[in-house]
Design a protein around this ligand. Sequence first.
Ligand SMILES: *Cc1c(COP(=O)(O)O)cnc(C)c1O
Length: 483
Amino acid sequence: MNYLSTRGAGAGERHTFSEILLGGLAKDGGLYLPADYPRVTPDELTRWRTLPYADLAFEILSKFCDDIPADDLRALTRKTYTAATYCNVRDDESAAQITPLKTLGVEDGAPLSLLELSNGPTLAFKDMAMQLIGNLFEYALAKHGETLNILGATSGDTGSAAEYAMRGKKGIRVFMLSPHNKMSAFQTAQMYSLQDPNIFNLAVQGVFDDAQDIVKAVSNDHAFKAKYKIGTVNSINWARVVAQVVYYFKGYFAATKSNAERVSFTVPSGNFGNVCAGHIARMMGLPIEKLVVATNENDVLDEFFRTGIYRVRKAAETYHTSSPSMDISKASNFERFVYDLLGRDPARVLQLFRDVEEKGGFDLAASGDFARVREFGFVSGSSSHDTRVDTIRDVFQRYDTMIDTHTADGVKVAREHLQPGIPMIVLETAQPIKFGETIREALLREPERPAAFSGLESLPQRFEVVPADAQRVKDFIVANTGE
Ligand SMILES: *Cc1c(COP(=O)(O)O)cnc(C)c1O
């Protein structure tokens, strides 16, 4: 399997899965994609229908990755996707499904269900891919006798998923910056209570953007970056995207009885990583009718799918909402879809994303390409705090099911795109306990707390407070890498 950049530089160069595994952007600033999407045959679909999650993951990853020996890859997926890792919410036999499908009911003739992606260690869907990344990184580094220091900034979900994926991994350290005293008590405790010697929490005296700026400053110091082997695990990482393809297949099998049936998915979206995996599943031949992109008030993506205009937002136009993991000003994985939409024309992708940098966006409304958005199955919608709260209340009253704010955005928008007879699967991206304030507002009661997390906030915490100063963060890294 050969990988190329969406912006076309180095055309003719070959990159394997393992080569791009530890990297981020391609050299020309584009994103990596496979030269062709592998197709699934009807026979494969039939055979995969009954596979356990880990073996399904192996089959799908094998199609994208031909430079890890099959036995090793299978061992990695079996080590990752265990009931023990994905049983943090319920410990009944459904945990063995890894991503169980929860049926809500039939609305407008369409069976409506939730695909549970947030039963992993940090109670958000990012655990689905990140746990595999932890094992893949450890494997790849050991093979080449290398080490990696992951540097990141987080306001919640991504950082904790990365830490829980990398804790105790040989050859890997994590330096995670978070804004001091700005996260919820639950999210802070999730991260800071980790005592693993390879995990370092740095509480930056400032806001999230200060933490993000420090990561950029350190990464732009190329000599430092090379000497201290600094890397990242952000949402553009190709392996993260491909790991997410697996649960679209799993959800399809759970909602259907034969491969003649079609289903739709609704995806609470921010950086377009999750729904990009759905697009890839569809390109592989999974019978997906619609991919519904659900945004919150930060509706950059909804605007594009309604109008053909992609207009990134300025910091002052980016809202802090009650579904904060979807608060984005631009969608970092969107370029992958645009590349396919434009018939895989790297010169045009390069021009459009130059326009994003220079003019803040681009307009495809008048071009024939935008009409093709529907051929790719995409539709969209957005939500607000009020619709989010109403949806949490409605789903609780009607179905006795408590959903978090991001999943609520998904259910709200899914309801605008139901078709009789076509199952609608909403991806459940987090547990309500992570966003308790809005649950209390909607339901006048406490969010459900999975038993494994009782007393989390009173565990001892290990973190280092640092000023918003890149040099101080570098000094900390130097002092703690022993190199
Ligand atoms: C990260 C996240 C999202 C957005 O996912 P993208 O891949 O960025 O589109 C949605 N919900 C939750 C809870 C998340 O943590």
